[in-house]
Structure formats: structure tokens, C-alpha cells
Design a protein around this ligand. Structure first.
Ligand SMILES: [Zn+2]
Length: 385
């Protein structure tokens, strides 16, 4: 019988093993050999190191069919923590997660209008948040920040100096995707995507356990996929970009164009308040509000099919503030659309799920980014600025 060539353990082996344990919840060393293709000695060495580092632990044993006990291993949740800050236009959402991506702390603080992001202020916020949670300082692996655009030049290194742990910077959709990937225990075999509905529409993509970044950390501009070559003009220079049809601002604009709906739901206030009113009405049986959101979801579906076809995605999670209240409307429409249009539909289904915490997904994802960089490094290089 031909013997399978076992790949040599390399720099990515530790990340691979952590990832397989994370997605399996509990696993034996023998199953790790089967699932990774690494040799028994390689597995034993790396597992020993991971136990010594506290990243995994043995959690008792299970009798096998031959009566020999099998020791099971699992991620040791409280051995490391990651902190994520989501800088919003009006608030800062601070999140702490453990090694499994479980949220162990959350705080939302208002941002003073027009306040610039400075290293000192962010460092104070970090100290205040972590002190309040009483997390052992030596177990905090770092801070990741997601927000609208990049931090001003020099803020990241200054902040890292002040707080003494690594600081990463990421965009909201990419961070949210990694957070969902990690906390849902998605297998690295799965081509996984996340759509983040907010003021724009971003996509985060995780392939082989790693975020897909593109040539300049710009991958995932889902909102600028055109669904009509002669459609609405977009500031990016293209026409028909889906975020001119299905983003939160586009949905508010569409609802305000219906005078009866505009008056009934009092849509003349802030954009976020107006969106919330539309979403709340839609899920409470208001047919006009439902139609506006369902139309946005239909447009979103057209672009989603393009991405699913291009990348052969198997699983899509909807997240971001745009699906916080009315995620079911988007998910229903996307499922129906993909069931009828995804090129791969005869080979496999494409599941569409809604994030459990759509409003906090970017902050949770940021914190998970820290965790992944710390315990499974080597396959998700972060941005350096
Ligand atoms: Zn555009």
C-alpha cells in the first residue's frame, strides 16, 4: 500500500494546528495527525509547546472503541486576551475577547464631536478599559483598531509605545470577517466571506484561515461592484456601484423619496435614526418600509452572486449596523437569490447567516485579529501603518 507522504512541519504548522483545534472544539492528537497530514512526532512537539505556552490544555479523556483512553485537547480560553477598538463617527466601541473569540468585556463611550484620534487619548482609553475588566496585564496580547479610514500618521507607533503591546490597524469589514470566522469555529477549508453593511458596504474574505488583503490592503470593496453600467454615479468614478443602492444612506434616501413613509416614520432626523426607524417598521409589518429594505436586499443579492461566483464561496455572513434590526430581510432575499443564481448551486449550497452581534462585529473582529496574530501567526500579516 502506498504510504502517504507527510508534509514536514514548517513555520505555518503551529498556526495550522491552532486553527484545527479551534474549529474542532476538542480533538485528540491522532485526529490532528489525520486532519493536518503532519507526522505524529511533529504534532507531539507542537502540542507540547502549545500546552507549555498555555494556549491549549488537556481536558480529560474519552474511552476509544479499543478501551484505551484518548486525551483530548482544546483551546484554553482565558490564557490570552485581545482588545479591539471600533472608532465610529459618534462612539468608540471597546471589546475584549478570549482565545476562542468569546467576548469578555464591552464598553461603548461617546466621542466628542470633531475630536481627533490621538495616541495619548487612545492609550488612556485602553488603560481605562483594561483596568475596568481586571484582565491580567501579561495576558493582553495587543490592541487592534478599526475605524473610518486610516489613523493619522504617527498615531499607531506612539500608541504602541505608550501601552507597551502591539497595535494593529484594520478595516471594519475585514476585521468583522475574521471575528466571525474565529468565533463561529469556521474550518480553514471553507472559503468564507462576510458582508458588512454600514455607511458603505465592505466584504471581508478568509481563505485558508487567513484574511485576503489584496495588493495594497484594499481587498473587499464590495460596495463598488457595479450592478448597472449606466446606473447611479458613484464618487469612485464608476456607475451603478451597489452601495449607491443598498447601503444604509441609500436605503434612507429611497425611503425619504416616499412622502407618506417619510412623514409617517419621521425620517427627517439623523441618517442613523432614520435607518433604524425604517428597519424597525419593516420587521413590525410595515409593508412600505419592508419593500424599501427588500429592494435594497435584492440589489445586494445581484452583487453577492458575482462575488460568490468569482470566489466559489461556501458561506456568507451578513453583519454591520445595517443588519442589526432587519438582518432577516436581507438574509431571506440573499438566500433566495443565491439559490437560483449561484453558479456552484448544483455542487454545493451557499449558506447565508446573520451575525449574532452585528453592531459590535468590527470591534470583536479587531480583538480577534490580535488573538490570531498572537497564537496563530504567519498567515494574516497586519498593516504596518
Ligand atoms: Zn463606486
Amino acid at each position: 500500500m502506498a504510504r502517504r507522504e507527510a508534509p514536514a512541519a514548517g513555520p505555518g504548522s503551529r498556526a495550522l494546528i491552532v486553527d484545527v483545534i479551534r474549529s474542532a472544539v476538542t480533538i485528540s492528537r491522532g485526529e490532528l495527525v489525520d486532519l493536518t497530514g503532519l507526522t505524529q512526532p511533529s504534532i507531539s512537539n507542537i502540542v507540547r509547546e502549545l500546552i507549555a505556552d498555555g494556549i491549549i490544555h488537556e481536558i480529560g479523556s474519552l474511552d476509544s472503541v479499543h478501551g484505551r483512553p484518548r486525551k483530548l485537547i482544546a483551546i484554553n480560553p482565558a490564557s490570552r486576551f485581545g482588545i479591539g477598538f471600533h472608532l465610529g463617527p459618534e462612539t468608540v466601541t471597546c471589546v475584549a475577547v478570549d482565545l476562542t473569540g468569546g467576548v469578555v468585556g464591552r464598553e461603548v463611550v461617546p466621542r466628542a464631536p470633531g475630536q481627533a484620534w490621538r495616541g495619548e487619548g487612545l492609550a488612556d482609553r485602553f488603560e481605562h478599559f483594561t483596568a475596568g475588566l481586571d484582565l491580567p496585564r501579561g495576558r493582553i496580547e495587543g490592541l487592534a483598531i478599526v475605524g473610518p479610514g486610516d489613523l493619522p500618521s504617527g498615531v499607531r507607533p506612539e500608541l504602541a509605545d505608550r501601552i507597551g503591546v502591539p497595535v494593529l490597524v484594520e478595516n471594519d469589514a475585514a476585521a468583522a470577517a475574521l471575528g466571525e470566522f474565529w468565533s463561529r469555529r469556521v474550518s480553514r477549508e471553507q472559503a468564507f466571506g462576510c458582508l458588512y453593511l454600514g455607511s458603505g458596504i465592505g466584504a471581508g474574505l478568509v481563505f485558508g484561515g487567513a484574511l485576503f488583503r489584496g495588493a495594497s490592503f484594499g481587498a473587499g470593496e464590495f460596495g463598488h461592484i457595479s450592478i448597472d453600467h449606466a446606473g447611479r454615479a458613484c464618487p469612485c468614478g464608476n456607475r451603478g456601484c451597489v452601495q449607491q443602492y443598498a447601503s444604509m444612506p441609500a436605503t434612507v434616501r429611497a425611503a425619504r423619496e416616499i412622502p407618506e413613509l417619510r412623514a409617517r416614520l419621521a425620517l427627517d432626523g439623523s441618517e442613523s435614526g432614520a435607518y433604524e426607524a425604517i428597519a424597525r417598521a419593516a420587521v413590525n409589518g410595515d409593508t412600505a418600509a419592508y419593500a424599501v429594505l427588500d429592494q435594497a436586499a435584492a440589489w445586494l443579492g445581484v452583487a453577492a452572486t458575482s462575488v460568490v461566483n468569482l470566489l466559489d464561496l461556501g458561506r456568507l455572513v451578513l453583519t454591520g449596523p445595517g443588519v442589526a434590526l432587519a438582518g432577516s430581510i436581507f438574509a431571506r432575499r440573499l438566500r433566495t437569490h443565491l439559490d437560483g443564481t449561484a453558479y456552484s448551486r448544483h455542487r454545493h449550497s451557499v449558506s447565508v447567516e446573520i451575525s449574532a452581534q452585528p453592531r459590535d462585529a468590527a470591534g470583536i473582529g479587531a480583538a480577534v485579529l490580535v488573538i490570531q496574530a498572537a497564537v496563530a501567526p504567519g498567515h494574516t500579516p497586519g498593516r504596518s501603518s
